[in-house]
Write a protein that binds this ligand. Structure first.
Ligand code: ZN
Length: 293
């Protein structure tokens, strides 16, 4: 192995497996933020947070399930829903080709996995987006799966937890993708009328139509540190308003400062914080039952 390969930067797309023994190629990687050299096993031990600068790497949906859901309790729902190409869209490449490529490279059928699992023994309806699948974009299937998740939560009186990682609406589906903003918003409205808790965790990045719909409608909105959160990217804003925008103005920390989100929580504390928030938001008898069992 050549010396350059030893120090090869970790390819994030190579992190596909939830099996932590499946170490990606290379023993060392360079942190994308502080540029320090990190031993791969250190990254596994910290759930992909840089031990030097706390940079939070993106995680796949499967890694997130490992992180948040009690072992062997996750049951996937709506797993056979997959995208069609209603507009027969074609730009630099055909939409259908993009879907096929994303399916092959991620092993997923869409940009979100939904299901039911336990979080410290409490059953939750959980949806987790995966940025590797066409930038975590929301098309008809993502919208439909979120609505089905919420319907399940209402039918079974479960709290809802959604983890977002998305560039926004999936433009290849045109108006169909934009309609998902209204569709998911209406579903969350029904959930809230049932007084069922909804917690959303915004991860890097959460932007566009996802940020402008279900991601920011939760009872409690949590974000991972230094995640990019916003509607439009800074370059487009600068071109529109003809002014420079402040550095990091779309970070989790700035969003917290301005009241857009409720908490910034490090990955190592994420599961325990969600558990506490759900205890806080749940009726007393549910918490009492949990303590008794
Ligand atoms: Zn670092």
């Amino acid at each position: 192995m050549s010396i350059s390969e030893w120090f090869k930067r970790e390819d994030r797309s190579s992190i596909k497996s939830k099996d932590k023994r499946a170490v990606p190629e290379g023993i060392w990687s360079q942190c994308a933020s502080c540029k320090s050299t990190i031993f791969q096993n250190e990254l596994f031990a910290t759930d992909f947070v840089c031990p030097n600068c706390s940079h939070h790497y993106q995680l796949s949906a499967l890694q997130r399930i490992d992180l948040l859901i009690d072992k062997d309790t996750f049951n996937e729902t709506a797993k056979d829903v997959s995208s069609k190409d209603p507009l027969k869209f074609e730009a630099t490449k055909k939409y259908k080709e993009s879907i096929d490529k994303a399916k092959r490279s991620t092993g997923l059928k869409e940009a979100i996995i939904t299901g039911k699992g336990s979080l410290y023994g409490r059953p939750v309806a959980i949806g987790i987006m995966d940025f590797r699948f066409i930038g975590g974009s929301m098309g008809s299937v993502v919208g439909e799966k979120i609505v089905r998740l919420i319907n399940m939560a209402i039918d079974e009186s479960l709290p809802v937890v959604i983890v977002t990682a998305s560039g926004g609406a999936r433009m290849q589906e045109g108006i169909f993708s934009l309609m998902q903003m209204a569709k998911t918003t209406a579903a969350i409205d029904r959930l809230q009328k049932e007084n069922l808790p909804y917690v959303c965790i915004l991860t890097n990045p959460t932007t566009g139509g996802v940020m402008a719909s279900f991601a920011t409608l939760a009872d409690i909105i949590i974000a991972e540190p230094k995640a990019l959160i916003g509607f439009t990217g800074p370059k487009v804003i600068e071109q529109t308003i003809k002014q420079k925008v402040p550095k990091e103005f779309q970070s989790s920390e700035k969003m917290l400062e301005h009241g857009q989100i409720d908490m910034v929580v490090e990955r190592k504390n994420l599961k325990s914080t969600i558990g506490q928030v759900l205890d806080f938001l749940s009726p007393a008898e549910v918490v009492y039952e949990k303590i008794r069992s």
